[in-house]
Design a protein around this ligand. Structure first.
Ligand SMILES: [Zn+2]
Length: 472
């Protein structure tokens, strides 16, 4: 049952708040919610008539801000790129020879309802993993993303991809050749029109961002126009930055600069920019990024599958605002944080690198700060009522010394019982309150199977290459 009253409370054995810049766990407190806002975090019990959500031992956290994702791809490619035997350059081949062509097949061959079902599955998975605010990048023809976000109740920033390149070929030596035929101005105009239509809709849960794809696929003229547009309409910008060695080489050949220097030279670096990945950045790049006060979306798992470490601590340790994203691998933030933590500890050779509390801050308040949202990522009066309830009364989470440490190092998405967004219980006892999950899984799996069949026919996809054992 969804909590129906205008006001309700969530009882926490532990409620994570921030006092004087430090995390503090309030014992036996209530988070009181009025409409879409947190009214109080208090030890006072609500009146007997008020609805209270409670569990035997509940940990209450701010909802997670997922700073970089592709929920269509997350569902469509589930299990395919993992262990895949592509030749080097592995990442570039996966991106340009598998992911982008398969996303294009989805757009060309599926009905709007079929495409919608895949987006719904991806977003459902993301929400059950604790994301309450999602930054997602997708093809400009997938505006259905906003309809799905409205239906599922998530807070969503959509960044339709803008690029100058209409295609990329990879030659026998692994070199990338870009075709520049796309009408980049028309793409930008489309997104500006979408901003007018959608930004602030669904009770201000939906926002539109500008999403230039990457330094190797965007011309200087396009990036300058995006900077000018972002300043004019006041929306955040997100870009993939320094993802692969091939991107670094391509940008150096064209402009004689690193990708970060290139973005700096066209004026794109700034407080409103969220750069995803930043795998191949130099020390000088890190200095430019810190100076320009940009934010980074660290997505460690997506690169780990290719054997590449992108330590969260590398950018966070330089004072660069670093949040967490799931990209298009698994969509659960707790697991993403855990792997980010272990990879940082390995990189730094230190147990104190990337602590559980630091990672939770990265996935909450830091993510909110990247979006310049003071009203998100915190459990405090006046903030939006976006929060998670975790039932700690489970064998793998007991006994409890520090519930946040138990959750990040031992827990999983399945431990999240309630997800509350904008004062509405959108996941209850681990299930969506707003859609029929079985129907979503059935429809999305059928739609994905259709795409996979076509991709196999076109030679993009094979079990031999993508490491699936024979099924008989
Ligand atoms: Zn991405």
């Amino acid at each position: 049952m969804e909590a129906k009253s205008e006001t309700f409370a969530v009882k926490g054995t532990w409620v994570l708040v921030v006092e004087d810049g430090e995390p503090v766990l309030k014992r036996d407190h209530y988070v009181r919610i009025r409409g879409n806002t947190i009214e109080a975090v208090s030890p006072d019990a609500p009146s007997a008539t008020e609805t209270v959500i409670e569990h035997e031992q509940a940990l209450i956290l701010p909802g997670f801000v997922n700073l970089h994702s592709h929920c269509l791809n997350g569902a469509l490619f589930r299990g395919i790129p993992d262990d895949a035997g592509f030749e080097e350059p592995w990442l570039a081949r996966i991106i340009y020879q598998l992911l982008l062509p398969m996303a294009e097949i989805t757009l060309q061959t599926l009905s709007p309802e079929e495409a919608r079902s895949i987006v719904t599955l991806g977003m459902l998975d993301i929400m059950r993993g604790g994301t309450t605010t999602l930054v997602d990048q997708w093809n400009v023809r997938q505006e259905v993303y906003f309809d799905v976000a409205e239906e599922l109740g998530i807070r969503a920033y959509g960044a339709p991809t803008i690029m100058s390149s209409s295609g990329v070929q990879i030659d026998d030596k692994g070199a990338l050749n870009f075709e520049f035929k796309s009408n980049e101005t028309a793409l930008l105009d489309n997104v500006v029109a979408m901003h007018r239509r959608r930004d602030g809709s669904a009770g201000d849960r939906l926002r539109v961002m500008l999403g230039p794809h990457a330094p190797d696929t965007c011309s200087p003229e396009l990036l300058r126009a995006i900077r000018e547009t972002a300043n004019r309409i006041g929306c955040p910008v997100t870009i993939h930055l320094s993802q692969t060695e091939e991107e670094v080489e391509t940008v150096f050949q064209r402009h004689g600069m690193t990708p970060v220097e290139y973005l700096s030279s066209v004026g794109l670096l700034g407080r409103d920019l969220i750069a995803a990945h930043c795998v191949r950045v130099t020390d000088r790049d890190l200095g430019l990024m810190a100076e320009a006060d940009i934010s980074v979306a660290n997505c460690v798992v997506s690169f780990a599958r290719a054997g590449v470490n992108v330590p969260y601590s590398r950018t966070a340790g330089r004072g660069i605002r670093t949040g967490i994203g799931t990209d298009s691998h698994a969509m659960a933030l707790i697991e993403e944080m855990r792997i980010a933590g272990f990879f940082s500890k390995l990189h730094e050779g230190s147990a104190t690198a990337a602590t559980a509390h630091e990672l939770v801050r990265a996935a909450t308040a830091t993510g909110a700060a990247a979006l310049r949202r003071n009203d998100l990522g915190r459990l405090a009066p006046g903030c939006k009522a976006d929060l998670l309830v975790i039932d700690m009364a489970r064998p793998h989470l007991q006994p409890v010394w520090d519930p946040v440490k138990n959750l990040i190092w031992k827990g999983s998405a399945a431990d999240i019982t309630e997800v509350i967004v904008d004062g509405k219980v959108v996941v209850k006892n681990g299930r969506s309150t707003l859609v029929d999950e079985k129907a979503v899984m059935r429809d999305a799996s059928a739609a994905a199977a259709k795409v996979w069949r076509i991709a196999e026919q076109r030679g993009l996809l094979s079990r031999a290459l993508c490491a699936g054992v024979r099924q008989v």
